[in-house]
Design a protein around this ligand. Sequence first.
Ligand code: HEC
Length: 277
Amino acid sequence: MDFLKFLKTVALAAAVVLPQAALASEGPALPKQSWGFIGVFGQFDQAALKRGARVAVEVCMACHSIKYIKFDSLKKLGFTEPEVIALAEAQSRNKKDAMISPMDPTSAKDTFGVIPPDLSLITKARKGYEDYVYALLSGYATDADRALVQKVMEDGALSDKESMEVTSALGLNAHQPPEKIKEVLTRIQANENFNRYFPGNFFAMPQPLNDGAVTYPDGVENSLKQMSHDVTTFLAWAAEPSLMERKALGLKVMLYLFVLTIMFYAVKRRIWAKIPH
Ligand code: HEC
């Protein structure tokens, strides 16, 4: 086979195999959320940060650390000194401590089989960023999903219609063999942690948030979606607490360069005006 033919064969094989591989591994598209802090003029929503910090400390920190942030730094989000002390003490820590989970890594490994990852940089560490973290928190099988799974499994063999219905409800790849789909449904029935957006669908984290899980003192509705959005906003802040300063400095620098450009232009015109043509 000459080299050109060889290349053509490889290209053809790749064209056939790669889209299938992508189809098999990719979950449903992440629903896009609006994040006020994205973009040149983006700002963190201070009230959302404060609510999100509460969710992170009261719920996520039972298993996860956020080790690059200290409890004391939460004052920057508007918590008072006594509030910070109370949040730290609830996790058996002192206000000067880093936000380390009270669950030690060895017992976490015994319980879950894996150590829950540190969340300090999680919004930057996963494909999909904030949208992924949000989707994960609100992407577990709901009661309605479970009822549907129950219904289609009772019927024995999956009809095409049932298979379409259940795969679209759960965000599964509809083009996989029916045995594979049934395997997923059986695991959902066995109460394994199913999540639409986690690659491979099953993982060690039980659903951490439900409607009303955390009490919000500011009266905002504590729905699953709202808490997921708030805690993700907080984790984005944790990953880059100086984001607002960075943007403010960037704007000042741009303004400075703009003014400098105009001045240089004026100077250039003056100098060249004196030179006879
Ligand atoms: C009961 C313990 C527990 C609680 C509470 C918990 N998690 Fe987890 N979390 C885990 C475990 C265990 C994993 C590792 C899962 C795996 O890789 O199989 C994990 C993984 C994650 C991941 C990484 C997923 C990935 O793509 O690898 C994120 C993000 C996450 N948790 C966010 C949160 C947030 C936000 C909260 C609070 C709202 C929270 N978790 C509460 C146990 C917990």
